[in-house]
Ligand binder design. Structure first.
Ligand code: C2E
Ligand code: MG
Ligand code: MG
Length: 578
């Protein structure tokens, strides 16, 4: 992988300077001035100078260049350096007795010049240092401006340049385009990061060709997503075809599959970032759709966006006026014929005064995007803890309640202490509150999150890995991850019981989980057939509409009362039936 930008050298590393002069005495003088501070290397003629530059291309901080040298003159070297991209980044100070050569060497790219005979050592040192620092600052600006893998702009710079583009072309209709690679993580997983980087690089070259032909600019938004801002055209398909490069896949070649979201003739009154968020929304609508690879931002998406904005605007008042309510869905131990209540999951609901009941699958992803989820989740955790306390006090019984923990919650520095203080405040223990953490949290940003989960576990919290089977973690990973139970995603169950009913995969997962000593919870159990089959293949716990939909705290009380009765009474039949 090529990393075209020189790294900023730490202070303790001596910067390397090339002194190119054919006269030994000059090399000695400059060497004696510089060697204490710098790592000085030398060249005594033009060809040797070029060789030294090539050999030290990424290490040279500066070249002190004599204009008159045998072989190649200093001016010829400057000219060569100017036309060689890798060499342009090395600053050159010209050494000359000829005042007239000053202008020519500056035009050819020299930064400064030191006259012969040489000035005082401290003057030389000051000029050398000033030049090096000036160039290093420029390098840093360049390297933050561009993405090191593809050499494309970073998005923040891209947005700035896009705004600038608008200023210069106020009357041109522009398209905001987002290009995404289908299942890029699979390419990365199979062939390694370097190969993945190479593919990103090649695609970025193709996209550069596109804007070279049509005008506009391109950048890498993140990971495998690119953005293009260019004058409006409708040849979107051509862009995809042009950029869909081939790659070697075993002994045949495959084509990278690309998808694209377009906000055509973007409204320039809308913030530039939001214009691209709209293009992103458009691409998200076709994700997973194998028949479509271009999504357009249209009125329907506009309405969706307005609805999302409304929900975000309403969040504050809603949380303050208790519009969010926690429902509970029971989980049952299904190992014996009579399912036994073991715990429940807390699921948030939004009872909106004007929009009615809103499902969490509508607002949770939105709140995850802007961080509001942290506050909402803390509210849910606290409500659940208060509820458990209430049940303990009024019924004299409770079961552990699992709360959902979003991946975003792990970026709240006080998350762990908040959970701890919540249970303390209600005089509960870590046995009362379990944490459901979605599988994808373990695979994205994993180190940071896994460390935090390990900490929570060491405090005694039980961790259930939610949505297992839709993400990318494998069962072999599970054995090394900090978890106490696996919750199979509903889709897993649904697929297994679909049409022909094929539970092979389900059986394998349950077997391996059993071997690893991790209990399995099945979610979305809706029929007695599902329940019986799951029991037969060794599933431990089940949750789903077969037993109960998520219900209010009050609605959940009969489940608790019955369970309490079962525990205290030997005659199960004498307990209230549910
Ligand atoms: P989840 O954690 O996987 O929750 C299970 C979802 O499946 C719930 O949807 C539940 O109502 C639904 N469900 C349970 N049994 C059945 C069944 O038999 N059939 C069908 N069709 N559905 C069933 P819900 O309540 O709409 O929640 C959706 C997702 O929203 C949850 O998925 C969870 O990821 C998230 N969520 C809900 N509450 C919270 C919360 O307080 N915090 C966070 N961060 N996420 C939450
Ligand atoms: Mg859950
Ligand atoms: Mg789930």
């Amino acid at each position: 992988m090529s990393r075209p930008y020189k790294r900023h050298q730490p202070a303790e590393v001596k910067r390397r300077i090339l002194v190119a002069d054919d006269e030994a005495i000059n090399r000695i003088i400059l060497g004696s001035v510089l060697e204490e501070t710098y790592d000085v290397i030398y060249a005594s003629n033009g060809l040797e100078t070029l060789q030294q530059i090539r050999d030290n291309i990424d290490l040279l901080s500066l070249i002190l260049l004599d204009l008159r040298m045998p072989g190649l003159t200093g001016l010829e070297i400057l000219e060569h350096m100017r036309s060689t991209p890798d060499m342009q980044k090395i600053p050159v100070i010209v050494l000359t007795a000829d005042q007239n050569a000053e202008v020519e060497s500056l035009t050819l790219g020299a930064v400064d010049f030191i006259p012969k005979p040489y000035p005082l050592p401290k003057v030389i040192l000051a000029r050398v240092l000033r030049t090096i620092e000036l160039f290093e600052d420029r390098q840093i600006i360049r390297s933050t401006e561009r993405d090191p893998v593809t050499g494309l702009y970073h998005k923040e710079y891209f947005y700035r340049y896009a705004e600038q583009y608008d200023r210069y072309h106020p009357n041109t209709d522009m398209d905001a385009i987002v290009v995404d690679i289908h299942h890029f993580h699979i390419i990365n997983d199979r062939f390694g990061m370097a190969y993945g980087d190479d593919i990103l690089n090649k695609i970025s070259e193709k996209l550069k060709e596109v804007v070279r032909g049509t005008g506009g600019i391109v950048c890498r938004r993140e990971a495998d997503t690119f953005m293009i801002y260019r004058p409006h055209r409708t040849d979107y398909k051509d862009i995809l075809e042009h950029a869909a490069i081939e790659y070697a896949d075993g002994n045949h070649t495959s084509k990278v599959r690309l998808m694209m979201g377009v906000y055509a003739m973007a409204d320039k009154k809308v913030d530039i970032k939001q214009r691209f968020d709209r293009a992103k929304m458009a691409v998200d609508t076709i994700r997973g759709n194998i028949t479509k690879n271009i999504g357009l931002y249209d009125d329907r998406l506009r309405e969706k966006e307005l609805f999302a904005e409304r929900l975000i605007d309403d969040f504050r008042t809603s949380i303050d006026s208790n519009q969010f309510i926690v429902y509970y869905q029971p989980k049952f131990d299904i190992r014996s014929d009579l399912p036994i209540l073991t715990s429940a999951e807390a699921l948030v609901r939004w009872r909106h005064p004007e929009l009615g009941m809103i499902s969490p699958s509508t607002f949770i992803p939105l709140f995850e995007e802007n961080g509001l989820i942290q506050e909402l989740d803390m509210f849910v955790w606290q409500s659940a803890a208060a509820q458990i306390r209430y049940w303990k006090d009024t019924i004299g019984y409770s079961v552990p309640i699992s709360v959902n923990v979003s991946r975003i919650d792990f970026y709240e520095p006080n998350m762990t202490s908040y959970l701890e203080s919540t249970i303390t405040a209600y005089d509960l223990t870590t046995n009362d509150l379990c944490l459901e953490i979605t599988e994808s949290a373990y695979t994205n940003d994993s180190r940071h999150i896994i460390d935090k989960i390990t900490k929570l576990r060491s405090l005694g919290f039980r961790i259930e890995m939610d949505d297992f089977g839709v993400g990318y973690s494998s069962l072999s990973m599970v054995s090394t991850l900090p978890i106490d139970a696996i919750k199979l995603d509903m889709l897993f169950i649904r697929n297994a019981f679909k049409d022909g009913k094929d539970t092979k995969l389900l059986e394998i997962v349950i077997d391996i989980a059993g071997y690893l000593g991790v209990p399995v919870i099945a979610e979305g159990v809706e029929t007695v057939d599902q329940l019986r089959t799951l029991r037969a293949i060794g599933c431990d716990i089940a949750q789903g509409y077969y037993f109960s939909i998520p219900i209010t705290a009050e609605g959940f009380e009969p489940f608790l009362i019955r369970r309490k009765c079962q525990e205290t009474s030997a005659v199960l039949g004498s307990c209230p039936g549910i």
